[in-house]
Design a protein around this ligand. Structure first.
Ligand SMILES: Cn1ncc2cc([C@H](O)c3cccc(CNC(=O)c4cc(-c5ccc(F)cc5)cc(O)c4O)c3)ccc21
Ligand SMILES: [Mg+2]
Length: 214
């Protein structure tokens, strides 16, 4: 029987990382993706930019769109203060099952709420489900053609407040041109591009950080 890449990534974590040590989980995944098999984690180079933004925002509520194997979920959750939470949406149940185990290996279950479902269905339900008013930080890393519609949906649902930060992965590769155009043109956002590289490669990519001005 053949294993999947996410299953092999999880095995590498269980083999090489220390239970309860989030940084060793991050390191084990980056090592696996550099030495064995590429995978679409935000990676170590863009991950350092993500770390900087999370530390600067010091968020209470984070929304992550696109969990995949939980790499960026662990990167974010390991930096959160007590009682702060990451709510992460994954529509693919196989990815979600792996992510759940990666997050558990890191010992971060108490800071993470992993939902198996699609962003378009769940964004309108966030307030009632989690008793929150708005997100301090949103990390967009799901289907690139969903970045813009989901951003508009978050605006409509009142999930962004003055100062909420959107951080979008892959704005160059694979690219999210309509989203980039929107946040850069809109007077409701102050946008900044952080040039980097596609995870584990020399190809250009970057993160776009956009502050919602309300
Ligand atoms: C609606 N909804 N709600 C929740 C939700 C969750 C998902 C899944 O997590 C999921 C599944 C498949 C693809 C993605 C998007 N990610 C990418 O496509 C990507 C590609 C590359 C790349 C770059 C160069 C290549 F040559 C190949 C792939 C590098 C990257 O960092 C990526 O993030 C996300 C999907 C829709 C969802
Ligand atoms: Mg990505």
């Amino acid at each position: 029987t053949h294993s999947t890449r996410p299953q092999r990534l999880l095995s590498a974590v269980q083999k090489n990382a220390t239970r309860g040590d989030p940084s060793s989980v991050v390191k084990a995944i980056d090592q696996f993706c550099r030495q064995k098999e590429w995978a679409m984690n935000v990676g170590d180079e863009k991950g350092c930019i993500l770390d900087l933004v999370v530390s600067e925002v010091n968020p209470t509520f984070v929304l992550e769109l696109g969990t995949y194997c939980g790499y960026s979920t662990v990167r974010i959750a390991r930096l959160l203060p007590p009682h702060a939470k990451v709510i992460t949406l994954e529509f693919n149940p196989d990815f979600a099952a792996i992510a759940h185990q990666v997050i558990a290996w890191a010992g971060l279950e108490d800071k993470v709420h992993l939902i198996v479902g699609a962003s378009g269905d769940w964004i309108p339900k966030m307030k009632e489900q989690f008793g929150l008013n708005s997100f301090d930080l949103v990390f967009l890393d799901h289907w690139k053609d969903r970045y813009l519609p989901d951003t508009k949906l978050m605006e409509e649902c009142g999930l962004l407040r003055q100062g909420s930060i959107l951080l979008a992965d892959n704005v160059i590769c694979p690219g999210a041109p309509d989203y980039l155009d929107y946040v850069r043109r809109s007077s409701q956002y102050e946008s900044q591009y952080f040039k980097s590289h596609l995870e584990y490669t020399k190809v250009e990519d970057g993160l776009e950080k956009s502050i919602f001005l309300g």
